[in-house]
Design a protein around this ligand. Structure first.
Ligand SMILES: [Fe+2]
Ligand SMILES: [Fe+2]
Length: 471
């Protein structure tokens, strides 16, 4: 069992044995903390929050709950236990022992993969920093902060790899991860969705449902990596990530449930008349965050994806579920645009790896949508939520630059301009959602009018537990 020790930087990687690395990370630690104080949750740094902290990486030990002030959270470096005799599970090097160090020929590529993943972690903390001021309940406020501190820890996970394996370049990358700022035009975060504002809770739930779920699939693909330290660190991150998606899926579920209740109370069946969120608006937010998150998987046809797979750097999610792991043969049939028209094309399997990963993601999202629709069906409403076509509103990949409606039908730029407010949140939808709740709800057990209470509390505590101590 790998216990997490009690050092200045909690870790289960024997950091004390490597004095140079320990010193380098101890130098980065105050920079991280000043980034956290500047860009982390605004206004609640001195409050005690009922948080989960990892104290070991075993199933029993990693979730320890107690009151913590966020700047005192024990951010550390936790790797899942090494699997003895682990071999590379896919690509040209199938069956060869995994690497404990970075192979020289893959140094640049691995560094880029780690920096790109690492950049998303602080980005989301920055995007969500003002949400505490308009939280719908203490329960939700605590969940927001849990997600935030764990994204901070995921940054530590990537920074450990950069410092440990990439020398001076890695140390510079680690500084850069604290220097970019979400949404800043001069030094933005690397990926599009991580520069979008998240200034209301409907967006937050959509983000944790759809964008954190992209994270899950990226981590699953990296967990297959032949670079064993990357595999071990992402495997442990996945255990934390599950809670983030829980927050998103149940958050939307509670909005949907409340909207159904309010629709019944209103004369015209419109929850807006009762101070709730109408399902059409929920659908627009879904369309936005789902399409932004689809972009994060990269292009449908990608030579990079093919070479990552061939080299054993990035596999498919749950590679062992596939029958064949070399994938030199085989193709995926896709409908792709050529000269402005959609045509069916066979794409070599390795070049289609982004799309294969996206397939698993789409299925996973659909399961969540089905659960929301079950709530609607049980409420006796006929409205159903749905995932738009994966061609809709894309800014990356083969569909970018063209216009499609949510059914995937190609439309003209003029029609798009006319219809986009029917499909994506308009300025007035956004200001309506923001106007619903002029102040944060801080009373124990109380919920904002537009959202239902959760089915149960966190860590077996009641829903009206004091999840954040505000006085
Ligand atoms: Fe994360
Ligand atoms: Fe996350």
């Amino acid at each position: 069992m790998s216990m997490v020790n009690d050092e200045k930087i909690p870790n289960n990687v024997d950091l004390a044995q490597d004095k140079r690395l320990q010193r380098a990370l101890e130098q980065w630690q105050p920079d991280f903390l000043s980034w956290w104080r500047e860009m982390g949750p605004e206004g609640f740094q001195e409050r005690e929050v009922y948080l989960r902290t990892a104290i070991s990486v075993t199933t029993e030990g990693w979730a320890h709950y107690d009151y913590v002030r966020m700047p005192d959270y024990r951010w550390g470096i936790f790797l899942a236990d090494q699997v003895p005799g682990r071999t590379i599970g896919f690509g040209d090097l199938l069956g060869q022992p995994v690497w404990q160090d970075v192979p020289g020929e893959h140094r640049g590529t691995l560094r880029r993969l780690i920096v790109t993943q690492g950049d998303t972690e602080p980005a989301s903390v920055e995007q969500q920093r003002a949400l505490g001021h308009c939280c719908p309940s203490l329960y939700d406020l605590r969940n927001l902060f849990q997600v935030n501190v764990e994204e901070g820890r995921h940054l530590w996970a990537m920074v450990y790899l950069l410092h440990r394996f990439f020398g001076r370049d890695g140390r510079e990358d680690a500084e850069e991860l604290l220097a970019r700022r979400s949404g800043n035009p001069d030094r933005p975060r690397i990926l599009g969705a991580f520069n979008e504002p998240i200034d209301d809770w409907l967006s937050f739930y959509m983000f944790t449902m759809f964008t954190d779920r992209d994270g899950k699939y990226q981590l699953l693909a990296l967990a297959e990596s032949g670079f064993d330290p990357l595999s071990r660190t992402t495997r442990f991150m996945l255990t934390e990530e599950a809670h983030h998606m829980f927050v998103g899926e149940t958050g939307i579920g509670r909005v949907v449930q409340r909207s159904a209740e309010l629709a019944k109370l209103s004369k015209n069946g419109n929850p807006r008349e009762q101070g709730g969120i109408d399902l059409e608006t929920v659908q627009k937010y879904l369309n936005l965050w789902y399409s932004l998150s689809l972009d994060l998987f990269g292009s449908e046809i990608s030579t990079n994806a093919a070479s990552f797979f061939g080299a054993g750097l990035k596999g498919r999610a749950k590679e062992e579920k596939f029958e064949e792991h070399v994938c030199r043969e085989g193709a995926v049939v896709m409908e792709i645009p050529e000269q402005g028209r959609l045509v069916r094309r066979e794409v070599p399997l390795r070049s289609a790896m982004n799309e294969v990963l996206r397939d698993g993601y789409v299925e996973d999202c659909q399961r969540g949508v089905d659960r929301w629709n079950k709530i609607l069906a049980e409420s006796g409403l006929s409205f159903r939520l749905r995932l738009p076509s994966r061609r809709f509103h894309r800014q990356q990949g083969v569909f970018s630059g063209l216009r499609f409606d949510p059914d995937g039908r190609q439309i003209s730029t003029e029609e798009w301009a006319k219809r986009q407010d029917d499909w994506l949140p308009s300025a007035s939808d956004r200001s309506y959602v923001k106007s619903l709740q002029p102040r944060a709800i801080h009373e124990r057990g109380k919920m904002a009018n537009w959202i239902a209470a959760p089915a149960k509390g966190i860590d077996g505590q009641p829903v009206d537990f004091e999840y954040v101590r505000l006085d």
